[in-house]
Unconditional design. Structure first.
Length: 364
């Protein structure tokens, strides 16, 4: 009989588990602390539980995080972990230390099915969604690897769902993991410091608005539908006007402060003065901050990063209009850990990698 992995169960899920095995729901609160604050995986060490309950847990459950198989450390302090999954695939998780904060970039899928052309992950194809235990397991492993003490200061202060995959395409598992990130009995990270980044799955943004209070980032990357559809095929289904309307609805509920707009700078594609003017126009009235992201190259890409001069001019145009616009500092590019570079090891079920290889082999 297979045992339930308790690592990915949030408070509600753990309460349901204990009800199923005939135990009091309050045990869920104890388990959350043992698993996520003390990182104890052996039920025998959970000393405030009775011996009978510990034995029952041994028979019906387990706490099984994924496994780090390799670590890379950048000259700027960024760390990238290769995490092996039981299915043979691997994913990548990145930790970015800064003064006064530490940000963990978490993956939600093995590969990605959305096929955005400027992203290395998308070129690897797609295998499957990560389980909730595999998602929260990345935060669990980061704290373990960084030597986080149970009662010490947080080493991971911020979590961004910006790693491999589209988080809203794995909705239920991502919600469970983010609930754990925010729960004071687990990681206690403020909603302001948990950010979900999406390419624009409009119905799921509306669902997220009702289900989970976190910060939202939109991978916009273009200010008109023609260009955006060329680099983000999902735009054909949910064009910019629909996406920004969903953002407005998201901001209006619970008085969320702003939406982060992610905008990768691609030379000759989306970096003209007219592109900046269009971006200013479409964001009018929406409380946003814009994060301009220098494009990080990966093997076989045809894109080139906009020059520093062009990025500075683009930013100034946005600032002069009254928008908040920053340029993301590239971190971890020497270990292929920068934004858009995560690839992992994906057993592609979409045949995308096969199709790419076939197109490259065709005579021009």
């Amino acid at each position: 009989m297979s045992r339930t992995n308790l690592l990915g169960l949030d408070l509600k899920g753990l309460e349901g588990f204990f009800a199923e095995i005939g135990e009091k729901p309050f045990r869920a609160r104890q388990l959350l602390q043992w698993i996520h604050q003390y990182r104890v995986v052996d039920f025998a060490e959970m000393t405030n539980l009775s011996k009978v309950l510990r034995q029952k847990l041994e028979e019906t459950a387990e706490v099984k995080p994924p496994e780090i198989v390799q670590e890379y450390i950048s000259k700027d302090g960024t760390r990238k972990w290769i995490i092996k999954l039981s299915c043979g695939n691997s994913i990548e998780t990145v930790y970015i230390p800064e003064s006064g904060r530490g940000t963990l970039c978490v993956s939600s899928q093995v590969g990605c099915a959305l096929a955005c052309t400027f992203c290395s992950t998308a070129q690897q194809g797609f295998n499957r969604n990560l389980t909730a235990s595999e998602i929260i397991g990345q935060l669990w492993l980061a704290n373990e690897a960084l030597g986080k003490e149970p009662k010490g200061n947080r080493v991971v202060t911020n979590v961004v769902m910006m790693g491999m995959g589209e988080p809203l395409a794995n909705y239920n598992n991502v919600i469970s993991a983010m609930n754990l990130m925010r729960d004071d009995l687990a990681y206690g990270i403020s909603w302001r410091r948990v950010t979900l980044s999406t390419s624009g799955m409009v119905p799921m943004i509306d669902k997220l608005r009702e289900d989970c209070h976190v910060s939202l980032a939109i991978s916009l990357h273009a200010a008109n539908d023609k260009t955006r559809s060329e680099i983000i095929p999902l735009n054909d289904k949910y064009p910019i006007a629909e996406l920004l309307a969903a953002c407005k609805r998201y901001v209006d509920v619970n008085q969320r402060r702003h939406i982060t707009i992610e905008y990768v700078m691609l030379a000759g594609i989306n970096d003209s003065a007219q592109d900046a003017k269009d971006l200013i126009r479409i964001l009018k009235g929406l409380p946003t901050k814009i994060n301009l992201i220098p494009f990080n190259p990966f093997p076989k890409t045809n894109y080139i990063c906009s020059s520093k001069t062009v990025i500075a001019r683009f930013q100034k145009q946005l600032l002069d209009s009254g928008l908040v616009a920053t340029v993301r500092k590239t971190r971890g590019d020497d270990i292929v850990a920068a934004c858009g570079q995560l690839a992992g090891e994906v057993q592609d079920r979409t045949r995308r990698t096969q199709k790419i290889a076939q197109s490259e082999a065709m005579p021009s």
